[in-house]
Design a protein. Structure first.
Length: 112
């Protein structure tokens, strides 16, 4: 798991970080997938994390949940041949085909 956010939303102590990050990126494992998509998603929603990204390395996709006025949206699914857009980090784009080491959109057309 990776967490990101500006310092004002968080405070650092000698033993831990207090406060909610802006973004949480979680990589699913078969043994914790249900917990990540239910319990942790609810926890992050309650903590007002602005963006929750779930990466499934086995099925090769990602889901992005954005926080609305009250809760997370239904989520946007990104396939392995798409750019994952991290909205909270100034529209950072991650080519998922490089993450999953699969054929990218340019490879399909034969373009370099």
């Amino acid at each position: 798991m990776a967490v990101f956010g500006p310092v004002p939303r968080r405070s650092f102590t000698p033993t831990h970080i207090e406060g909610a990050p802006e973004v949480v990126i979680e990589v699913l494992s078969p043994t914790t997938a249900a917990k990540d998509l239910r319990q942790k998603k609810s926890l992050y929603e309650g903590a007002r994390v602005r963006e929750y990204l779930v990466i499934d390395p086995l099925e090769e996709y990602a889901i992005r949940f954005l926080l609305g006025a009250d809760d997370f949206d239904k989520g946007t699914v990104f396939a392995a041949d798409e750019l994952l857009v991290i909205a909270t980090l100034e529209e950072l784009e991650i080519p998922l085909w490089e993450v999953f080491e699969v054929e990218g959109p340019h490879d399909k057309t034969g373009a370099e």
